[in-house]
Design a protein around this ligand. Sequence first.
Ligand code: ADP
Ligand code: ASP
Ligand code: MG
Length: 410
Amino acid sequence: MELIVQKFGGTSLSDAQSRGYVLRHIIREFKLGKRVVVVVSAMGRSGEPYATDSLLELVRSNGNALPGRERDMLLSCGELISATVLCSLLHAEGISAVALTGGQAGILTDDHYGSARILEIQCERMLRHLAEHQVVIVTGFQGMTRSGEITTLGRGGSDTSATALGAALKAGVVDIYTDVDGILTADPRWVSNARPLKTVSYEEISNMAHNGAKVIHPRAVEVAMKAGIPVRVRSTFSEGEGTLVTHAELLKSQGVWYDKTVTGLAHVRDVTQLAVTQVEGPADLQLRIFRAMASHAISVDFINVMPTGVHYTVSGHDASKAVALLRELGFEPRVRERCAKVSVIGGGMNGEPGVMAVIVEALTNSGIPILQSADSNTTIWVLISEEGLATALQALHTAFGLHLAPDRGH
Ligand code: ADP
Ligand code: ASP
Ligand code: MG
């Protein structure tokens, strides 16, 4: 009997109407005779009663004075509510279902509260319930340490729960249901004519996810890629097939994928650029700066080392700490806040001339200065001021014809 994992995100569970759609997807697969494992996120988004952000808000007024262990206990409640409510809906439809916490489902993690790693999944209990023709509902985003403590996997971690369960249970497919039609050429909240892609490779979506496309968590993609489990990102609110994510070679052999110069755009906001000019020997300057950042766990990006100094970026969240550290070292950095990093991503860009020229032309014609840039085989990154972000994304999307591109697989 085929096994399928279905994951439903927060907006898919936020009200009775949405949960009605969720129910339909579960019942459809169950009635096809599949063994169904459902992974749920906490209901709704920030401000809604049981959303993860709303739970966090409950302790924010205490200055977040809560140890990591107890914080994870609090965070795990949102998914528990979703799982039990969904369980009651299935029972009301006459379908036997069981709700399991991450720990009860056998998801064992390390003890890094707030960003725990899955060590192992013991599937016996889930398989037992499945053999009894029960739908198994597992709380996303959480697991348990070997000593029985509740842990969470990091924000957006329900996607990882789903692909990890898919890998452990050898699922035929993992369906990630969300509030958009699949993986689009850009974030539809920023680019109104972004188009859904029929197929993307693990590498491409991993690249997009690492560069800020929130539609799927990058760790979830890595887990699926390693296990070779196909993933479909699709809408809860339609019967559309969404985007199929699998190995590029497999898609190529089926004639449904080709290396496009540019597949999509992704972006990260609230980035701060720091520029330090040389006051001593360059080696010493770089060493001191990056050692200081590393020892305070400040992650650095967009590093340009020049004979005259260093430019790099940090997240806005870390900016004041980074500036204070630089001043302690005797440097006076030039600080540019509220920047955005835009990524132009495509598996077929390697060696393709002219991609940077298109980017520069599109941004120059829109009056947006490029503050820094970098590139790899599959991505070109540009740093711009955040106020130009919407214009830049739209201009690049148009310049690369992403609004026109035929969906892969057609
Ligand atoms: P969920 O609660 O279902 O996990 P998320 O908010 O985590 O949903 O992810 C879905 C959101 O990701 C969409 O609403 C969309 O705004 C955003 N997104 C960003 N980049 C993309 C992209 N390239 N394709 C599709 N959605 C994207
Ligand atoms: N509820 C968690 C979050 O908001 C996990 C998830 O939704 O994937 O981060
Ligand atoms: Mg998500």
